[in-house]
Design a protein around this ligand. Structure first.
Ligand code: SF4
Length: 362
């Protein structure tokens, strides 16, 4: 049985004739969110039967859902081979000006997708790392997360969303599948999420950053930097021993950045570890010459963690220091702090059997 979400429109055109059938299938899957072939009424019965026999549009089973007071939702999916992984739905306030120059308040949505089940990278602050690596997610499994999150949150196909490959896994360790998923998600006859609205967040696999740049997908890049010196970064992220800060910065300098965008540097602020102004000063020097934006993320403590959440006043001083010197910096409060918001936390809880919040089966 093949996962139907793993096919580009062109591939479907070559599989089914006449080729307009592919557009019809795309319309059912990505505009109507229909996952039963039998209900795709404008397809001939024989095609519906063929699709039902050889393909599946229900490959992920939603087994748990946690919902935070701030609107963040965390989904736990089970795959056909019995593994679990997570996706996160984030809702944020948004302000836009209308044609009369009036400020209109709205909402914007970001989907945080997983690219692998588990991860090989082994960051010390990460729950996903604890479970080791299981396997890459297929193209279809990556795309289907978006379809389910859109459908579950009542977001019409035309409703704009942002995608971040920041869930479980290192997306550059599954680059071929992630790159194909980006193309399928951006298909104009489908979900039409432009590559500019999709961000690959990496732990800094320098040679793969170069490869990603050469693919010229138009995707955005985010780097989990977290530290300004190799000793601390290697302690937080042992992958730094293979690809140190200098190699990452050199790869980023060659990455094609959209004229309207910046490379995002994620900096996980940890109390008394990397929250001082000397670190801010070194960060400023490190990013000199890069069209960069720094996202300061307050460490979200979890049971068993050796690190603590920093004082917000200290983080504000850190941000002000950067901003006053011309480096764009924002502070991101960890969303969904009342649920298992850290990457891999919900899966870990489920595996340990101590899950006691709102659960739902589909
Ligand atoms: S933070 Fe990301 S890259 Fe690091 S171990 Fe966790 S999933 Fe892997």
């Amino acid at each position: 049985m093949h996962n139907i979400y793993g096919y580009t429109l062109e591939e479907l055109k070559s599989l089914f004739s006449p080729s307009f059938r592919a557009k019809q299938i795309y319309n059912w899957l990505y505009i109507c969110y229909e996952n039963e072939f039998d209900k795709m009424e404008n397809l001939p019965k024989s095609l519906r039967q063929e699709l039902a026999r050889d393909y599946s549009a229900k490959n992920l089973d939603l087994i748990k859902l946690e919902e935070s007071n701030d609107g963040t939702k965390k989904y736990l999916f089970k795959t056909f081979d019995g593994h679990t992984f997570e996706s996160v739905f984030l809702k944020m306030k948004d302000k836009k000006k209308n044609e009369n120059n009036q400020v209109i308040e709205g909402e914007k949505y970001t989907f945080c997708l997983s690219s692998q089940i588990g991860c090989k990278v082994g960051c010390t602050f990460c729950f996903t790392a604890k479970g080791g690596f299981v396997r890459d997610l297929s193209v279809g499994e990556i795309v289907e997360q978006v379809v389910i999150l859109k459908r579950d949150n009542g977001l019409a196909a035309h409703k704009r969303v942002n995608i971040v490959y920041m869930g479980m896994g290192e997306p550059l360790h599954n680059l071929a599948n992630v790159a194909k998923a980006i193309k399928i998600l951006s298909e104009l006859d489908g979900l039409s999420i432009s590559a500019r609205r999709q961000t690959i967040s990496t732990s800094g696999i320098a040679p793969r950053i170069k490869e990603l740049g050469e693919l010229n997908l138009g995707v955005q890049l985010a780097i989990s930097l977290h530290a300004v010196d190799d000793a601390l970064r290697s302690r937080l992220m042992p992958i730094n021993k293979a690809y140190n800060i200098e190699s990452i910065i050199n790869a980023v300098k060659e990455f094609p950045v959209d004229a309207r965008k910046r490379v995002m540097f994620e900096y996980l602020v940890i109390k008394n570890i990397n929250d001082d102004l000397n670190s801010a000063k070194r960060l400023l020097a490190l990013l000199n010459g890069i069209k960069a934006k720094v996202n300061l993320i307050l460490f979200n403590p979890h049971e068993g963690s050796e690190f603590e959440r920093p004082e917000i006043d200290r983080v504000k001083k850190f941000a002000d220091f950067l901003i006053q010197r011309g480096l764009l910096a924002t502070i991101r409060e960890s969303k969904g702090i009342d649920i298992s918001a850290a990457c891999g936390q919900l899966r870990e809880k489920e595996n340990n059997g101590n899950f006691n919040v709102r659960a739902r089966k589909k």
